[in-house]
Structure formats: structure tokens, C-alpha cells
Write a protein that binds this ligand. Structure first.
Ligand code: HEM
Length: 809
């Protein structure tokens, strides 16, 4: 311990102590007598602080199981003053650049995004060094017609930066769109978890969400048949939690070992890079038909879930079984479910194909426009909670990512809602640079032993090190937590944090032991996995028995669909397999389907002219355990019709010079009132006179906004206007697509003739439309009265009763 001196040392001793304290490469045998200048004061304080830790107080707690599950908080001592822990005595010599001394205990890199937002209003153009640019039009040349000079640092800086604007795209999920929002907890879940977002009713946690497709490149179409990523980053006061899920609750494979194979198979084929953003090709079907565990996932992807109408109308799932852990350390298993308030709605395939040509940004635009117009996408978070003992009894293994836990077996408990209410300011800075990772969890959450999840825990940060150029991407503003960040990680490319002090290791006494380990009460502690089974087994590369049941849940999914959904699944298999060039692969897939559903296999085989049916694939498990549930109505998209509003839906009101204007305006007003986007679509954009002496201003044309981009259609009255529409071939295409895609069409007065011209009546006669056909008729004068009926019909989304395969129209 330093000796305290009451009497100041003599001048000679004082000079020696001062001098010793100014050294950075050796020190005196004794410190303490020199408390009169900053160097020696600091030296004395450091000595005092170090001496207060005569040994590593935490060392004895590093051993044994009990300590491992309940680590203590690390030892620390308060420094005598901030002098003792600083990097430099000159830190108070501030400037407009350095600012002042670091605030005690703070890490400024986690401040809100305002710290990095830039607004250039009223500002002049500068270089990246802040030098004002006088001329942004011309390179510097030797004379008006002379060569450009190498010294033109402004040109070179601009072009060099531009040359490096792109970064590698994500290896999967490259195509995506993001939004900010918040999660609000309904009630405290402290009985099952201590995770920060669930600690109090009404607690609000900021989130950033990125939706994505899996197969395609960054610039690929939104409406590919594919799984959609549904990744949510919760910025909690206890750190970031990423729930990196999909819109489908199961996956193709059971072990991370197969992920690179799956992705290689589904991506464009390597010799010619085709097809883009599509699974309908040889290598994908070759792989999955040799991997029968993919059958369940294939059912989901071939269902309408593979072509959602909007990110706002699809579910999200955590897929794997996770754990929740309460304050006492007791854990339960959980499955996470996001359910959209707007209901689960999808496209139809013909529509998805057409949209991908006319608007490859269909989902990105939809998300952006919903938020800009205040129709905020909203989802309810639900949990399926079950115990380890319950899980043991299930007929399937909860570590198998190709299995769901049917809702009829374990109900989904709503625990909160998520609202996406803010678009990013900058796509690249936020959506492109956001880095999700399944390893990002909080105290109160934990993993299960799902072998697919284990691979993911490794994979994300690993890939992001190359995608985002080094190990410091957690400091990129969109990724930085709002929770304090203090550790001894240092350096690496693009490091931003400037750490005060010289200590970057632990244990230490020179920083008073800080940052110290949090201990079990505040820090993350893994749930001890149960040992019994493992003790009996050695290291092994194999799967548990129940993983071998490849078909029971595929059957459950198919049998739980409505007839129209079953038809769509069969048609999707037919389409995809028809694109396969090798008949043996088609046949193998049909052989696989026979184990899940004979009816489906027959339909698919018929669509591909496979006759006779191939023998079913051999079963990996001859007698799977009988399932608890053989029908789960919750698996049908129709189980979630939504809140019945038109928020975010797009309705086209066709117009042309001479239409009846008042009825169109009345309907447009009624639709807008309901939150719909009701657009006037004409043969061309711009103002046009109406039959009733007014004008309408079309903001879209049938050329730039074809019919399949809309959820419903209104055809106008007014003989002259209708005649003009009849002259334009786009009109009939518009009507045909709306009809074929089973959307609501309201026909006012004279427009009936357009239906006839488009061939609708004949098609209607042939269809088996029962109940509401989605075809409404009214006189222009009754537009207001029919509005409510029209709105209710559009809210039903589709009128599949009139669907025909093949379509007559
Ligand atoms: C072993 C299996 C898997 C591996 C190795 C893996 C790996 C990856 C990788 C490397 C990325 C790109 C990340 C980036 O560049 O930032 C990614 C993205 C993603 N993965 Fe996985 N993945 C696996 C399975 C899954 C599963 C089962 C799901 C769904 C539960 C999933 C959901 C996502 C999502 C949503 C993204 C996009 C994240 C974003 O929006 O940035 N992945 N995955």
C-alpha cells in the first residue's frame, strides 16, 4: 500500500519522484511521496488501485459445475480518481475536434442514430475532408482542351469513392427490405423469462426488421416463389436480440452440415448462372428429392406461402425451438410466431410471374408505401411454451427443424405486438448494412440443441466479417446496441470506438478490474443442458431416430389445407417439376410425394404425364410414432383473414375521357377513407374531361400500372369513356388478369360491354363460382350505396370459386 506522507518530501527527493513519474519505461521501488504534480499523482493512484487487488479475487470461482452455472460478479475497485485510469494526462487539452474527456463509464458509439444522421439543407458541397468544392462540373485540365491532370484530387476522391460503393451481397437472403418499429409487450412474462422485452406490460422495445427472399441476387425480383426471411433485431437495454426467422416454420434440412449443399443446389446453376431467383430447375429438385426430410418444407414452399401478397400479410416464425429462462434459472422451451394483423394473404402464381416483370420491387414498394401512408404493418408475437418433459412425449423431436409443434397440441399464447412505423433514411446504411445473427440473444433466452441452429450460431458473424469488411461491424450505427458496450476487444479494420486508458485485458488491477464480469445476476448464463442421454453416448455423427420420420407432418400440412390451397400446391409442384429437364428427378419427387399424400402425388404425376406412378421412396423409419394431430386448421392461410380493413390494398379505378366522374370520385373517396390506395388508371396519365362536366386526373396508366398490380378493379360508367377504353387492348388485359386472379371487379353501368369484350360472361358460365363471385354490378348513381359491398368484397381478398385450371380466360 502507498505510504501517506504528512510532511512534504525534501526538494531533492521531490525532484527524483517527479522525474521517476515522467518515465514510461521503468519505475521507482516505492511510490507515494510525490503528490504534487499530475504525473506523480497519477503514479501514486495507479499504485494504490493495483495494490487494492493483491490477487485475482475471482480465480477460485472459475472451477466446478456450481460456479459454472452461477458465476460471480467480477472483482473491481473504484479508482481514487479518473486520473488513474486515463490514457493520457493531456486529455483535458480539448479542441473542437477532440471534445473533452470521455464521460465516465460511457461508450458514445451506442448513442441514437441521430449521432450519424446527415442533412445537407443549406450546406455547400465539400470533399470528404470537408474542403468546399468550387466546381462540381469539370475535371481540372491543362487548358480548355488539354488533358486532365493527375493532381485533380477532387475528381480522384469522387471517382475512387464511387468505385468502392458496392459491398458483397449476402450469400443468401441478398434481396431484402427493412423498416424500423417497436415491439410492445402485452403482459410481464417474468414467470418464464427474464429477457428484457418481456419484463412489463406495455414495455416498448425499438426494433429493426428486414424481410427478404433467399435464392435471388440483390437486384432480383420480389415475387419469386421462395421462403421469405423475417429477421427482427430488438434493441433492448440488456443488449441486442435477433430473432432471425422465416415466413415458414420449418426448414429443408435438419443439420447445418447440409446448408451449403442446399444453397448450392437452389442458387442459379453454376455453369450458366440460370435461373435467377427460382427453385424450378434441375439441381434444386435433384437435391431435395434425395433429401426426403425436405418434403414437409416443400409442401409449404409450393403452397401460396411461397408467394406472399405483401410482407405485411405473411406470418413469421423463429423455426427452431429456443428456451426461455426465468430469474431462478428455470427454463422452458419456446417457439416464436409472428401473426400479421392484416391477415395472411398471398398472390397466385400467374400474378406473381407477371408482377415480377412489371414491378420487381413489388414487396419493397408495398412495405415502403404502407409506412409512408400511415398503414403501419403490425404483427402479434405469440409463443408456444412447453416443458422438456412434454417435449419427450411428443411423437416428433423438437430439435428437428423440419417439424412444427401443432397449435392444437401447444396453443400459441399472444405476448405482444410489433408495429413497423418508420422507413429507413438510407437503404444502404441501414437495410444493407444491418447484420442479424442467431447468436445474438439475451439473458433470459437460450438455444436448444437443434443441430441446424448450432451451425447458424456460427455462420452469421462469420459471413458478415467478409460482407461488412472486418470484425467491427457491430459499431455500424444500425447494428450498435443501445445497451452499454464495454469489453477488451480492440482494433481491427474500421474501428471507431476510442478507448480511454491502457487496459484491454481482464483480470487487471490497473483499471480497477474494469470492465468486470457481470456474474449470474446480470450476465448471460447458458442453461445447463441435460446430461443423462449424452453420458451414455460418445461423440457421434448421426441423427436421433425421430428425425427419420420424413412424411407425417408433410401429410398433416397438406391435409390441413382448403381444397383450393391443395390445388395450388399440386399446380406449383407441376410447374416447378415441368421446368426440370431430367425425367428421373421428376419421378423421384413424385415417388417421394407418394409417402406424404397419394392424392397429391397422383395430381402432380398427371400434370407431368407420369404414368404409371413410380413406387414410393423407401421409408427411413418404417413405423413412425402416431401423430397427436392429423388436421391442423391453423395451417391454412384462410385461418387468418385479417382485420377486414382495406389498409394498404391497391384498387384501380379505370378512367378515360368521357367517363362518369362523380361515381368514380365517390368510390375513390370511400376507398381512401378505408386506408386503401385507390388510383385512377387511364389510357394515359393526366387530366381528362368527364361526362358530367368535371375533370379527373389519372395518376397511372394501364401501360405503366398493369391490372395484376392491383387488388381490385372498378370499371366506370359513361358511354363515351367506356368506348375509349374499349379501343385500348390494355383494358381487356386489365380485366382478364383481375378476373383470372379472382379479384373483386365492380362494374358500373356502361362498362358491362367491356366484360363481354374481355370474354368474362362465357368464363363465368364455365366456372364453379359458389357464393360470392367477386363480380359486382351497379348503376353509376348507386356508386355510394355499392361502396360498402365492394369494400367488404375486396377485404375477402380473393374469390377462388371462379378459379379454373387451366384458365379459360
Ligand atoms: C445451417 C443453416 C443456415 C445457415 C448456415 C444460414 C446462413 C445464413 C447466412 C450466411 C446468411 C447471410 C447473412 C449476412 O450476410 O448478413 C443468412 C441470412 C439469413 N438467414 Fe440463414 N442460414 C441457415 C438457416 C436459416 C434458417 C433455418 C432460417 C430461418 C429460420 C434462416 C434465416 C435467415 C434470414 C432471415 C437471413 C437474412 C438476414 C437479413 O435480413 O440480413 N437461415 N443465413
Amino acid at each position: 500500500m502507498p505510504k501517506s506522507t504528512k510532511t512534504p518530501p525534501k526538494p531533492a527527493k521531490r525532484a527524483a519522484a517527479k522525474s521517476a513519474a515522467r518515465n514510461t519505461d521503468s519505475g521507482p521501488s516505492e511510490v507515494g511521496a510525490a503528490l504534487f504534480d499530475p504525473n506523480s499523482k497519477k503514479m501514486a493512484q495507479v499504485q494504490k488501485m493495483a495494490a487494492a487487488m493483491p490477487h485475482n479475487l475471482s480465480k477460485s470461482s472459475e472451477h466446478g459445475f456450481a460456479n459454472g452455472t452461477n458465476p460471480p460478479r467480477g472483482a473491481s475497485v473504484d479508482p481514487p480518481s479518473r486520473l488513474a485510469t486515463g490514457s493520457t494526462l493531456s486529455e483535458e487539452n480539448g479542441s473542437t475536434k477532440t471534445g473533452s474527456v470521455a464521460s465516465a463509464g460511457a461508450n458514445a458509439t451506442i448513442e441514437s442514430l441521430d449521432r450519424v444522421r446527415v442533412d445537407s439543407a443549406g450546406r455547400m458541397l465539400t470533399t470528404n475532408q470537408g474542403v468546399a468544392v468550387a466546381d462540381n462540373q469539370n475535371s481540372l485540365k491543362d487548358g480548355l482542351r488539354g488533358p486532365v491532370l493527375l493532381e485533380d484530387f477532387i475528381l480522384r476522391e469522387k471517382i475512387t469513392h464511387f468505385d468502392h460503393e458496392r459491398i458483397p451481397e449476402r450469400i443468401v437472403h441478398a434481396r431484402g427490405s427493412g423498416a424500423h418499429g417497436y415491439f410492445e409487450c402485452y403482459e410481464a412474462l417474468t414467470d418464464i423469462t427474464r429477457a428484457a422485452p418481456f419484463q412489463a406490460a406495455g414495455k416498448v422495445t425499438p426494433v429493426f426488421v428486414r424481410f427478404s427472399t433467399v435464392q435471388g441476387e440483390r437486384g432480383s425480383k420480389d415475387t419469386a416463389r421462395d421462403v421469405r426471411g423475417f429477421a427482427v433485431k430488438f434493441y433492448t437495454e440488456e443488449g441486442n436480440w435477433d430473432l432471425v426467422g422465416n415466413n415458414i416454420p420449418v426448414f429443408f434440412i435438419q443439420d447445418a452440415m447440409k446448408f451449403p449443399d442446399l444453397v448450392h443446389a437452389v442458387k442459379p446453376e453454376p455453369h450458366h448462372q440460370m435461373p435467377q431467383a427460382a427453385s424450378a430447375h434441375d439441381t434444386f429438385w435433384d437435391f431435395v428429392s434425395l433429401m426426403p426430410e425436405s418434403t414437409h418444407m416443400l409442401m409449404w414452399v409450393m403452397s401460396d406461402r411461397g408467394i406472399p401478397r405483401s410482407y405485411a400479410t405473411m406470418q413469421g416464425f423463429g423455426v427452431h425451438t429456443f428456451r426461455m429462462v426465468n430469474e431462478a434459472g428455470d427454463s422452458v422451451f419456446v417457439k416464436f410466431h409472428w401473426t400479421p394483423k392484416a391477415g395472411t394473404h398471398s398472390l397466385v402464381w400467374d400474378e406473381a410471374v407477371k408482377i415480377s416483370g412489371a414491378d420487381p420491387d413489388y414487396h419493397r414498394r408495398d412495405l415502403w408505401e404502407r409506412i409512408e401512408s400511415g398503414n403501419y404493418p403490425e404483427y402479434e408475437l405469440g409463443l408456444q411454451v412447453f416443458t422438456e418433459e412434454q417435449a419427450e412425449e411428443f411423437s416428433f423431436d423438437i430439435l428437428d427443424a423440419t417439424k412444427i409443434v401443432p397449435e392444437e397440441l401447444v396453443p400459441v399464447r399472444p405476448v405482444g405486438r410489433m408495429v413497423l412505423d418508420r422507413n429507413p433514411d438510407n437503404f444502404f446504411a441501414e437495410t444493407e448494412q444491418v447484420a442479424f445473427c442467431t447468436a445474438h440473444i439475451l439473458p433470459g433466452l437460450d438455444f436448444s440443441n437443434d443441430p441446424l441452429l448450432a451451425g447458424r450460431i456460427h455462420s452469421y458473424v462469420d459471413t458478415q466479417i467478409s460482407r461488412l469488411g472486418g470484425p467491427n461491424f457491430h459499431e455500424i450505427p444500425i447494428n450498435s446496441p443501445i445497451a452499454p458496450v464495454h469489453n477488451n476487444q480492440r482494433d481491427g479494420l474500421h474501428r471507431q470506438a476510442i478507448h480511454r486508458g491502457r487496459v484491454s485485458y481482464e483480470p487487471n488491477s490497473l483499471a480497477g478490474g474494469c470492465p468486470f464480469q457481470a456474474g449470474a445476476t446480470q450476465g448471460f448464463v447458458s442453461v445447463p443442458a441435460r446430461q443423462t442421454a449424452r453420458d451414455e453416448q460418445g461423440k457421434v455423427r448421426a441423427k436421433p431416430e425421430k428425425f427419420a420420420d420424413h412424411y407425417t407432418q408433410a401429410r398433416l400440412f397438406y391435409e390441413s389445407q382448403s381444397p383450393v390451397e391443395q390445388d395450388h400446391i399440386a399446380n406449383a409442384f407441376r410447374f416447378e417439376l415441368s421446368k426440370v429437364t431430367v425425367p428421373a428427378i421428376r419421378e423421384r419427387t413424385v415417388a417421394m410425394l407418394r409417402n406424404a399424400s397419394e392424392a397429391l402425388a397422383k395430381k402432380v404425376a398427371m400434370g407431368l404425364s407420369i404414368d404409371p406412378l413410380p413406387d414410393p421412396l423407401p421409408l427411413a423409419l418404417a413405423e413412425p410414432a402416431p401423430p397427436e394431430v392429423t388436421r391442423s386448421p391453423a395451417l391454412s392461410l384462410l385461418a387468418r383473414p385479417g382485420d377486414g380493413t382495406l389498409k394498404g390494398r391497391k384498387v384501380a379505378l379505370l378512367v378515360a375521357p368521357g367517363v362518369h366522374g362523380a361515381s368514380i370520385s365517390a368510390l375513390q373517396a370511400a376507398l381512401v377513407e378505408q386506408g386503401a390506395v385507390a388510383r385512377l388508371v387511364g389510357p394515359r396519365i393526366g387530366r381528362m374531361p368527364t361526362a358530367d362536366g368535371d375533370t379527373l386526373d389519372a395518376d397511372a396508366s394501364m401501360e405503366n400500372e398493369p391490372g395484376f398490380l392491383f387488388d381490385a378493379l372498378v370499371l366506370p360508367d359513361g358511354a363515351e369513356g367506356v368506348a375509349a377504353l374499349a379501343q385500348d387492348g390494355h383494358t381487356m388485359e386489365f380485366i382478364k388478369d383481375q378476373f383470372r386472379h379472382c379479384k373483386t371487379i365492380l362494374t358500373l353501368g356502361a362498362s358491362r360491354s367491356l366484360l363481354a369484350k374481355a370474354g368474362l360472361p362465357a368464363a363465368m358460365d364455365k366456372s364453379h363460382a359458389q357464393g360470392g363471385t367477386g363480380l359486382l354490378f351497379a348503376d353509376a348513381t348507386a356508386a355510394k350505396e355499392v361502396a360498402a359491398e365492394f369494400i367488404a368484397s375486396v377485404a375477402r381478398h380473393r374469390h377462388f370459386g371462379r378459379e379454373m385450371d387451366p384458365p379459360l380466360l
